[in-house]
Design a protein around this ligand. Sequence first.
Ligand code: GLU
Length: 304
Amino acid sequence: MNFEEIIQSVYYKIKAIEDRGSLASYIPELEKVDPDCFGVHISTIDNFNFGIGNYNDKFSIQSIAKVISLSLAYSKLGEKLWDRVGVEPSGTAFNSLVQLEVENGKPRNPFINAGALVVSDILISNLNSPKEDFLSFVNSLSSNSEICYSNRIATSEKNVGFRNVALCNFIKSFGNIENEPSDVLDFYYNLCSLEMNCKEVSEVFIFLANDGRTLVDNKQILSKSQSKRINALMQTCGFYDESGEFAFKVGLPGKSGVGGGIVAVHPKQYTIVVWSPKLNKKGNSYRGMRFLEEFTTKSELSIF
Ligand code: GLU
């Protein structure tokens, strides 16, 4: 498969079309990014790497980080994790409170904010120095050790995070948050503030294409079955209210974030990351969605 040729041709095709998206504005710092950035990077499990465009520029990975925190919590708690958070698509907005009332504070899945807050709580209870240990975990997944939180982004989100405050307190009222809400929220905002470039994200996520094992040191992060389950969750819940559309048009497990990044995983083959900050109406990168649809069509490499 000539990935380089396919990626180049799809990249230039998508770059030429009008970008109908708009920047996320509810976190003020996210609006300051250059709207025309567009980068792509692929990593394969046999160590082929190729990037194009702004693939070396750091961006705010936002909700993409929820897959990494879930992976660490799953490795610590095993199947007990699912007593605290469900595995169903929510069909409601990523920051919605409505289902929690009737479902007794158990979030539908780990990728909506409610679920990611519960996962953050689990990590705080299970790590000695939660923020430092989580960052070391992220850095241990690839050969890169320069991945950091952005204090600027975390503070910007904290200043407007009224809904996350409400979610965290609401879940605590049902007993599904053990720690102080302010500590859980601080961890959560930092998690979402991680900055990486497309190359780093594709390298960090490669363990999910490699049956739960890192490529850098062959370390088993998750069992093969756990790794499959994370991919299943990305397939069903990774794209807000557009997860069905992504499965339909792209056909890969993946996760997006409001910073305009998308990571997609082809189990046993590759990870591919696209970053373009302008979002479509459902909150997913406009060009990212278009690029990946065209990429799996041209390469005929979806999981279906
Ligand atoms: N930190 C963001 C929030 O809580 C995450 C948004 C996202 O990428 O889905 O609103």
